[in-house]
Design a protein around this ligand. Sequence first.
Ligand code: ZN
Ligand code: ZN
Length: 159
Amino acid sequence: MVKKYDKEKEHKRYLRKKAKNPERYKALNYECVKRYRKKNRDKVRAQGREYAKRKPKKTLTEKEKAKKVEWVQKWQRKNREKTRAQGKLRYAVKIGKIKKPENCEVCNKVTKLEGHHRDYKKPLEVIWVCRACHAYTHRLKDKELRERKIFSFKSSAKG
Ligand SMILES: [Zn+2]
Ligand SMILES: [Zn+2]
């Protein structure tokens, strides 16, 4: 098994180099991963989905649950405006002031929709998009969204 030996040696050499200059290797590796992900976005995403499917669902322990709650609360404190807007929107939907459509406003798919805010100061002005399109809208700049006519922002509020 000469080949295996060589491979190991090679790897050890790599580790030695890395130990000498960890920051540089970290940065290099990060850049490389970032570039790969950008180039193979769909592939990476598909892999992620596969992984999520294969992975058995983990039940959280009480301690982990508490930690999660704490994390959410911390996030909400940090993103107060966003949280408030989401709360107001949820309430408006609940009392029927806002009608949540069936179809995603971008891809027209009938699925569970999320309200996307362009401006959190206007909590009831949203477009309803599916999860995938929501992530997509967040990646695009406002100008691009307008150009692609993704943002119609026809107010769906009654009265
Ligand atoms: Zn969609
Ligand atoms: Zn959004």
